[in-house]
Design a protein. Structure first.
Length: 185
């Protein structure tokens, strides 16, 4: 009961902080070496905590608004990619014959494990790194395996509408889509 209340309070606090944005994503003059940061530390402060979950949620929200890398670049978002794979939406535009691959790095399934790890870390139930804790947690592994398998499907024969601005005017463009998963760790 106490764990549930603590998780609920932390989740509410995290969602309430969403408007603050990611403090660690400032303009950089030199390229950042993301390999020196641990998995889960998307805000680059050296710890995996509620701030990382909040920042990952902000990046996910940006992607829903078709601004995928507004809050953090692709490489930085990979630090919060708990699933170990990203989803690529392959689009084919029948009007022009063009194709494009649109990466969707983060989603809500990446935020939940960070929060659960942080709560376990606060309660001193784990002293593992986030990646080791994630790899040892069978519930997440099964969930991610199911999620990964869901994206092994045939291309859609349905046309999807997409609205974008062309020369200052909104225009609806239709495309065929096929989502597939690509492992990143």
């Amino acid at each position: 009961m106490k764990k549930t209340k603590l998780l609920a309070v932390l989740s509410a606090a995290m969602l309430g902080c969403c408007a603050m944005g990611g403090a660690a994503f400032a303009e950089e003059t030199e390229p950042v070496d993301y390999s020196k940061y641990q998995l889960g530390d998307i805000n680059l402060d050296g710890e995996v905590d509620v701030d990382d979950a909040q920042f990952a949620l902000q990046c996910y929200s940006d992607s829903l608004a078709h601004q995928r890398f507004k809050s953090a670049p692709y490489e930085q978002q990979l630090l919060a990619c708990s699933k170990g794979f990203i989803i690529i939406s392959h689009r084919e535009y029948p009007d022009t014959g063009e194709t494009e691959d649109v990466p969707r790095v983060l989603d809500v399934d990446d935020v939940n494990p960070i929060m659960k790890y942080y709560v376990n870390h606060l309660a001193k139930k784990t002293d593992q790194t986030y990646e080791a804790w994630l790899d040892s947690n069978a519930i997440f592994q099964q969930s991610f395996t199911n999620y990964y398998n869901r994206y092994k499907h045939e291309p859609s024969t349905e046309l999807f509408p997409h609205t974008e601005k062309v020369d200052g005017e909104e225009k609806v463009i239709y495309y065929y889509s096929r989502a597939y998963a690509v492992k990143v760790r």
